[in-house]
Design a protein around this ligand. Structure first.
Ligand code: GLN
Length: 310
């Protein structure tokens, strides 16, 4: 690849505009009014240099991409043994909003932290302090990773909260089985607030840089996550990050990734690059159609597939 990176990224977006298809998410009413034509891409190098193209200043709610970083946060706070007792690491092969409980072990637990039942449980493990509730604690953590003060999108939050019947029923089931240990409504609402944190593709690229760089934030040199935490997070991103499309993703793109229902996708190739894309129209699995196309092209052009040429 000899084209300079900014031109390469701009070309990618130009070519992918022809790529139609997909639907806006509608189950969060506020997301149904998103602009379907927004399109953005960002890339971070190992040393934290960011390249972007398209609508790179456009903010959207992070949604399920938050699950990967919240998982990293609780492992770092509580240790992986405690977290693994609560949430498994098996791909569910089911949609993101299935309850997917593993009941084969002594204690029931959500199959993995990338589906809602696991992510709600992970959220419940974020320590509450007198100065900050769980959502605020995670907003501060994400802000540190992004390198700027992120905000909640309160209209997205209220919109999802008002129609959160499915997530509430997951919360009640988890509480019934003692997976959640306190009020499920409070936990689910706070989890929804976590999903409403506003980011741009540039923020997401900055956030991925800590995973690319073995737990150290390249912009400040600060170690945020241990090597083991990064390994654990990248593992579940690889096996479960794209829900029931994880197998196709691994075959076609081949890097750990996480998608969100507002249209974002992040990808991480440890030691090399972090990628973030945004395009709101989704396929039947809830993954961005144009986002997948762009990621696939980048993977091919840059030879990113984990299992290629080894
Ligand atoms: N907030 C959404 C939910 O919990 C996130 C889902 C997603 O991005 N796939 O349903």
């Amino acid at each position: 690849m000899n084209t300079p990176v900014p031109e390469y990224l701009a070309d990618l977006l130009r070519n992918c505009k022809a790529f139609e298809g997909g639907q806006l998410a509608t189950y969060i009413p506020e997301l149904a009014s998103a602009d379907p034509n927004k399109l953005a891409v960002a890339l971070t190098t190992l040393d934290g240099i960011i390249y972007t193209a398209g609508d790179d200043e456009y903010e959207f709610s992070i949604q399920s991409i938050s699950k990967a970083f919240a998982y990293a946060f609780v492992i770092e706070e509580l240790g992986s043994t405690v977290v693994k007792e609560k949430v498994g690491v098996e791909p569910s092969g089911e949609a993101f909003n299935e309850i997917s409980l593993d009941q084969t072990e002594e204690r029931a637990k959500p199959k993995n932290p990338m589906i809602n039942s696991g992510a709600i449980t992970v959220h419940s493990l974020i320590p509450k302090t007198t100065r900050a509730d769980r959502a605020e604690t995670i907003r501060q953590f994400f802000s540190k990773l992004a390198g700027r003060d992120l905000s909640f999108d309160l209209s997205i939050y209220e919109s999802e909260k008002d129609t959160a019947f499915r997530n509430l029923s997951i919360g009640y089931s988890l509480r019934n089985l003692d997976v959640l240990e306190s009020d499920p409504v409070e936990i689910v609402e706070s989890y929804i607030k976590q999903c409403s944190i506003n980011v741009t593709v540039k923020d997401l690229a900055n956030m991925t840089s800590v995973l690319v760089n073995d737990g150290v934030l390249p912009t400040t040199g600060e170690r945020i996550l241990s090597r083991q935490t990064v390994r654990q997070v990248l593992t579940v991103m690889t096996t479960c990050g794209m829900y029931n499309a994880a197998g196709n993703w691994l075959a076609n793109v081949g890097i750990p990734a996480k998608s969100g229902v507002s249209g974002g996708i992040i990808g991480v190739l440890p030691g090399q690059v972090g990628l973030a894309v945004f395009a709101p129209k989704l396929d039947q699995y809830g993954n961005s159609v144009r986002g997948i196309d762009i990621m696939q092209q980048m993977s091919n052009d840059m030879g990113l597939h984990l299992l290629e040429g080894i």
